[in-house]
Design a protein around this ligand. Structure first.
Ligand code: 5GP
Ligand code: MG
Length: 184
């Protein structure tokens, strides 16, 4: 795995610091909604599989009563490096109505994935709905979508690590990095 990594864009310490900041911002906003007490319920919706690592770290910065409801979306079949349009792999759980919902994804690229999932969740009439991504590629969006929380804006390069894959691999690489051309 390591020989395939070309360049680290965001190192582990920077990710840790930023996830901590994102957690504080999320808690502060929910508190303002009256949604951070023990009676309020937050539902985190990670978009699989890329959001796994971020969500695992992020929720340990959220001292709130919360549940996880996983969403499966496919957009990048196999070795493709361009989104082929987002589609749900299964229905969302029917239990998001009236809840405070936070959708989490690894990266906002064309915006189609988050646009699809937020539209479906909004139809369920949640008490509040926010979105969080670790990465965003500005200027790439094909749909007009602004997440509430963005970890880092990055240049338009294909990145792996910290949950992001190429053909299913490299999700376990702990930093955000580019791949050597020979590995793609
Ligand atoms: P969008 O629907 O916004 O185009 O793309 C979102 C999905 O595409 C993300 O959940 C992620 O899985 C994938 N994606 C977009 N850009 C990258 C990238 O640079 N590297 C990797 N590994 N996946 C990406
Ligand atoms: Mg993904």
């Amino acid at each position: 795995m390591l020989r395939d990594i070309e360049r680290v864009l965001i190192d582990r310490a920077s990710i840790d610091r930023r996830v901590d900041e994102l957690g504080r911002a999320i808690v502060a906003d929910l508190a303002r909604d009256g949604a951070a007490g023990d009676d309020a319920e937050l539902v985190i919706v990670p978009i699989l599989t890329g959001a796994m690592i971020l969500v695992a770290d992020l929720i340990r910065h959220l001292p709130l009563k919360l549940r996880l409801e996983l969403a499966g979306v496919s957009s990048y079949p196999g070795t493709s490096m361009e989104s082929k349009g987002a589609s749900m792999k299964h229905d969302l759980p029917p239990t998001l109505g009236g809840k405070h919902v936070l959708i989490v994804d690894d990266i906002l690229d064309s915006g189609q994935t988050l646009d699809l999932v937020t539209r479906l969740v909004r139809e369920m009439k949640p008490a509040s709905l926010r979105t969080c991504v670790l990465l965003r590629k500005p200027g790439k969006a094909r749909v007009n979508f602004t997440p509430d929380y963005v970890g880092f804006d990055i240049p338009d390069e294909f990145v792996v690590g910290y949950g992001l894959d190429y053909d299913g691999y490299y999700r376990n690489y702990p930093e955000i990095a580019t791949l050597r051309p020979e590995a793609r």
